[in-house]
Design a protein around this ligand. Sequence first.
Ligand SMILES: C[S@@+](CC[C@H](N)C(=O)[O-])C[C@H]1O[C@@H](n2cnc3c(N)ncnc32)[C@H](O)[C@@H]1O
Length: 377
Amino acid sequence: MDLHMSTHFDFLDFFAGSGLVTEGLKDRFHAVWANDICALKTKVYRANHPKDQFLQGSIEVVEGESLPHATLAWASFPCQDLSLAGKLQGIGASRSGLVWHWLRVLREMPEKPPILVAENVVGLVSNKGGEHYRALHASLTNLGYMVGAIVLDAACWVPQSRPRVFVIAAKKGADLEGFTDREPSWLHPRSVLGAASGLKDFLWWRMPPPPPRKSNLCDLIDFKAPYDDEEKARKNIALIPDRHLRKLTGARRFLKVAAGYRRTRSGRQVLELRFDGLAGCLRTPEGGSSRQYVVIPRDDRIDTRLLTVREAARLMGAPESYRLPGVTDSFRLDGSYNEGYKAMGDAVAAPVARYLSENLLAPLAGRLDRNKSIYAA
Ligand SMILES: C[S@@+](CC[C@H](N)C(=O)[O-])C[C@H]1O[C@@H](n2cnc3c(N)ncnc32)[C@H](O)[C@@H]1O
């Protein structure tokens, strides 16, 4: 396998949001162009990556002819129509369907990037027996790429359960020896196998499994942050399901913290707890109804509070210096708690992007970049 560890490659960050893909890739890929429609995310991206060229606006008006040359194009396209939290309207619906604009933009580029990544929720491969994935696979194949999908859970790197699909494509004609296997591996859970079934040209990408994760939820909690007052805590505790409350009080001697997720179940608000040292998947709920909590069992009481924005950023693997609204440290940006939470909720966990970059994308870019004719293909 080719390892040109010191080289930087150029990349295009579509749906760049708060910039955690740019952050995760930055040791090996330089974002020569990034785009997002959201004003808040634009502010966060620009504050953290001030030198990068960022275009605020809809992908619907981006013209491929105007984009800079790049080795990689990455698209973390909107997940609302593929996520269980949404109405599952599919990859043709208005928000997740923006991925088709990404393909249009790529088609318009005189020299298409030899490597592509499209990232989304697992629903992309699991919903409707893999139909959404197969539609994307076919379109990428028609565009001149070889394609396969993998699932990586951010929980391998940070204490947050966040499985995500990464559809990775390389230009036809590329030498992929050493980058793919003949059969599935740890990267291909059942959802991927289902989506790939019947696709003779599916690529089984290869990467080494990461070493065990080093941190747990309690390692990134600010135990000195202010907790809710008695009245608010009492209201929160009343929302905890009985069996979770029994487990929490039973474990108070050795459990430092439980992650709580406040959501609506069967029309009722509940505060569900996790005891596995992980937080549930961060989201940006429309309407602000679901929220992540920190719940701490003490000898004489239970403390509760919302997860801070800095804690949410740590769960996404953002560095401590990442500038965000709604934080209390010196790296704050103007703005509210909700804005900070929203900026992190639908991001890509940076260590996942970094691992993918170091173990597959950059070595592959090193090989393909030497074959200049691959750009024109
Ligand atoms: C899954 S998030 C991407 C997260 C980002 N990669 C990060 O790590 O922060 C999807 C992004 O698509 C953006 N988006 C939604 N509609 C868009 C449009 N029409 N054009 C461009 N971006 C859009 C959203 O603002 C959101 O930031």
